[in-house]
Design a protein around this ligand. Structure first.
Ligand code: IMP
Length: 423
């Protein structure tokens, strides 16, 4: 099946990087469709560690064409930092390897300034963003004031940048009492990026469609996760893009029928970074065990991730809203050494029991998880076949499948590629 979509089924950081990398090695095209450099994933190839924020890790495979979709917001400065560092390590970054949608929006320096200023103004109620300017860039997109990659091809690009900076200076100065930006300096900087980006900017919709029709292998890569989706996540504690399956078609200019397989990547426990309710959060030594064994620190911001028991009510929600065809279950080895495991299958709210995730940041605040308990295992899971997994581990996976109603086809028991079990 040529069109495979891979998405985060939780609050991001599901270790999508490894799964994406494995699938990318067999793909012809890897395309990202939303978000920007708020994403971060690490892949280990041949003993070398690579960190990616904007560029799909598929760039490491010479036959793969990487695509940045129209649903994305791209910070050209960060794009070039990433491309230059790849190039310095011998990766071919010529325009034949990477296409950027002409409709993708640009992250400008004022977006970063506004992200920081807005978070500071919110005080205790802050979202806990990555401060990469993501929200303000999508605000401009929706209010039809954004600058797009396409504008970089137009002769008056500098003037457009100057006008945009002048406008945003009013906000910075009058609303947030923040320092303003020098319009000429920003225009000069972005004119330089435009010069370099021009050969990469393309109409990606026909490119993807033609490849799909020709039977090529396409991998669509989602950033963040379903519970951070602007429409379907734990609003307002979400990112500003469509991180779930629905975003893929709109963010790439393809029809939904070009998506044949939808893999939800889920961690074997639950994590989140930033603010917002988290019913199964563990603020005890079990949570510390997950942070330590799972190295739960953000790739983009280095923040310690909050950890808790696996929430199957959210996973069931994810399976429904994304139409998951399968689950890739990651970091199962992190649970080794815990003698009892819990999963949340419903919430207690007042006198009521909710089996569906309410998808509302405020309603979630009052939710107490209803847990089920299962036996844990001691073994470190250094195995490569399903039959070799401890009986308790297999029972844990069977329990997930039973409660969520989606098969777990891939199980990851460590960061290396060979620490993967297929079913
Ligand atoms: P923003 O995307 O920077 O606006 O941040 C909004 C929320 O999404 C915050 O809670 C961030 O921590 C979270 N977030 C954004 N990107 C990621 C990611 O790649 N992984 C996990 N959380 C993310």
């Amino acid at each position: 099946m040529p069109g495979t979509l891979i998405i985060g089924a939780q609050w991001g950081d599901e270790a999508k990087g490894k799964i994406t990398d494995m699938l990318a090695s067999k793909a012809d095209i890897v395309a990202r469709y939303q978000g920007g450099d708020n994403a971060g994933h690490t892949v280990v190839v041949g003993g070398q560690t690579w960190k990616f924020h904007l560029i799909p890790s598929g760039i490491l495979y010479p036959r793969v064409l990487c695509v940045l979709g129209n649903g994305m917001v791209i910070n050209p400065k960060r794009l070039w930092e990433e491309l230059d560092s790849l190039s310095a390590r011998g990766v071919d970054i010529s325009p034949s390897r990477l296409k950027i949608s002409r409709q993708a929006h640009l992250i400008m320096p004022y977006h970063l300034a506004l992200d920081g200023a807005s978070e500071a103004a919110l005080g205790q109620a802050k979202i806990g963003t990555t401060k990469r300017g993501i929200g303000p860039a999508y605000m401009d997109k929706m209010s039809r004031q954004g600058l797009r990659a396409w504008d970089m091809l137009r002769p008056d690009f500098r003037q457009r940048v100057i006008r945009a900076v002048e406008q945003k200076n009013i906000w910075l100065e009058r609303v947030y009492a923040e320092p303003t930006l020098d319009p000429q300096a920003v225009a000069d900087e972005y004119a330089g990026y435009a010069e370099r980006m021009r050969p990469y900017i393309a109409d990606i919709s026909p490119l993807l469609y033609d490849a799909y029709v020709a039977g090529k292998e396409l991998l669509y890569e989602g950033g963040q996760g379903t519970l951070l989706d602007i429409d379907l996540g734990s609003y307002p504690y979400v990112t500003s893009s469509s991180a779930s399956a629905g975003g893929a078609a709109a963010g790439l200019g393809i029809g939904p029928r070009c998506i044949d397989r939808i893999i939800g990547v889920a961690k074997s426990y639950q994590t989140r970074v930033g603010s917002g309710p988290f019913p199964t959060e563990l603020l005890d030594e079990i949570g510390d065990h997950m942070v330590d064994r799972g190295a739960e620190f953000g790739t983009t911001t280095g923040r310690r991730r909050r950890c808790g028991w696996l929430d199957l009510a959210t996973l069931r929600y994810s399976a429904r809203v994304n139409g998951l065809t399968e689950i890739a279950l990651t970091k199962l080895d992190v649970l080794s050494g815990l003698n009892r495991l819990r999963t949340c299958n419903a919430y207690q709210v007042g006198g009521e029991t909710w089996t569906d995730w309410p998808a509302d940041g405020e309603a979630l605040e009052g939710c107490a998880p209803v847990y089920e308990e299962l036996p844990g295992w001691e073994e470190d899971l250094a195995v490569s076949a399903w039959e070799e997994l401890p009986a308790e581990t297999r029972a844990y996976i069977a329990h997930i499948e039973q409660r969520v109603g989606v098969p777990v086809k891939l199980i990851s028991v460590g960061p290396d590629r060979d620490q993967t079990i297929y079913r």
